[in-house]
Every structure is written in C-alpha cells, then in structure tokens.
Ligand binder design. Structure first.
Ligand code: PGA
Length: 246
C-alpha cells in the first residue's frame, strides 16, 4: 500500500511574518492522526524557523533544491548534511524551474537525487513535458528520458528510495491543470517504466492543483498525492488539498 503524500512547494515567496503565519495556520489546522503524509518545502532562509514551528507536528519539512556535492568551495550551494542538520526530510530535485532557469541537466539532477537518498533525505524527482513537447506527441519520450537518467545512475532500487512528481510544465502556475485522465495516463506510463519497483514508488501530480481539483486527481489509481505550488501559500487551501488525499 502506498501512503498518499501532499507536498507544498513555497518557491521564492513570503517573508518572516507571512511565513510564520502560514506555518501557524498549517499546524493549527493539521492536528491529530492522518492517513496521508504532508510536508512543505520552504526557501532556505526559513528552514530553521519552519523546523522549529513544525517540531511536534505531523507536517514534514523539505527544501527546494540541494547540491550534488558533499561540502566545500561551492559558493551559494547548500549540502544534504546542512538540510538534515536542520531537520529536513525531503528535497525537490529537478523542478522544471531549476531545469529551465538554472540550466540543470537530467545528469545533474540524477546526481543530486543520488546524493540526497544516500545521505538521509527523500528526494522528490520532478519530471514533465513542455506544451511544445506535448503537442508534438513527445510526452512519454521526455518523461521516460528524464527518468532513465536517474535509473542509469541509481538503478531502479535507487529510484524507489525517492518519490516521483509528474509536473507538466504547461500546467505549472498557469491555472490549467492536466485533467485527471491525462495525469493518470502519464502516471501509469511512469509506473510501467519503473518495472518491478513501480508498485511501491509514490508518484505525485503537480501543476495548478487546487482544492476543487484535488479530489478527482486523487481518485486516479496511479496518483499518490500532489506537489502543490500556488495553493500551498494559503493554509486553508493547502489543508483542503491534504484532506482530499485522506
Ligand atoms: P503550481 O506549482 O501548483 O503553482 O502550479 C506546482 C509546482 O511547481 O510544484
């Protein structure tokens, strides 16, 4: 049985005051025991604050990126050990915004993925096609190619130590979510690619998930939760999505 998981991705948003309010809103609303897992990936400067606020809650903490290197002369980078030192359990790798704005290649993403799971973090591997690629009927090729780079470096058993998030680039931040069927088709393809490990690995959908679209997405057989950007910035909306996963 795969446990559903909803992960918030705050991206580069908020300040001390608003982020504190958001954390308070989440911890006040998400109390008690739940079937599904919940986590938030916050910007680096707020990790210590979030670790403190989420301590004793059932909301996990994550970061949005990590270095492929251990430690040393890598100005501006943050290592896995720094993240675990502050209580992080998850880290996003290969988000399309990193692939696009920071030219992160699938090879680099694979190295980050490996470094994370070998050192105590659960990497969330983001994959997905652009609108152009979808229209050219290349969705499966693109997603398959992104997965293969990780499988080549880590093996299927390595990949199974993380989580996969299918995020069509055209659906991110656009308000244009994939339909549940479109998402399910790609999720089932991903599971097929993962072969024998495919049944265990959690595959999340991301891209304009909102409280009113979450439930139908979560009903799909191969969708094990969501990676939520915009709607994770409002405690009420994020918690409504988390409830839909129960
Ligand atoms: P969105 O972002 O929910 O705002 O579309 C999702 C993501 O980029 O992870």
């Amino acid at each position: 049985m795969r446990r559903q998981i909803v992960i918030g991705n705050w991206k580069m948003n908020g300040d001390s005051r608003s982020n504190r309010e958001l954390l308070d809103g989440l911890t006040n609303a998400w109390t008690g025991v739940h079937q599904s897992e919940v986590a938030v990936c916050v910007p680096y400067p707020y990790i210590a604050m979030a670790a403190d606020a989420l301590d004793n809650s059932n909301i996990g903490l994550g970061a949005q990126d990590v270095s492929q290197n251990d430690n040393g002369a890598y100005t501006g980078d943050v290592s896995v050990s720094m993240l675990t030192d502050f209580g992080c359990r998850y880290v996003l790798v290969g988000h399309s915004e990193r692939r696009e704005y920071h030219r992160e290649s699938s090879e680099l993403v694979a190295r980050k993925f490996k470094k994370a799971y070998e050192n105590g973090l659960i990497p969330v591997l983001c994959v997905g096609e652009t609108l152009e690629e979808r229209e050219a009927d290349k969705t499966f090729d693109v997603v398959g190619g992104q997965l293969h780079k990780v499988v080549n470096l880590c093996g299927l058993d390595g990949l199974a130590k993380g989580i996969v998030a299918y995020e069509p680039v055209w659906a991110i931040g656009t308000g244009k979510s994939a339909t549940p069927q479109m998402a399910q088709d790609v999720h089932s393809y991903i599971r097929e690619v993962l072969g024998p490990e495919g049944d265990q690995i959690r595959i999340l959908y991301g891209g304009s998930v909102k409280p009113d679209t979450a439930e139908d997405l979560f009903k799909q057989k191969d969708i094990d939760g969501a990676l939520v950007g915009g709607a994770s910035l409002k405690a009420e909306d994020f918690v409504a999505i988390c409830r839909a996963a129960e």
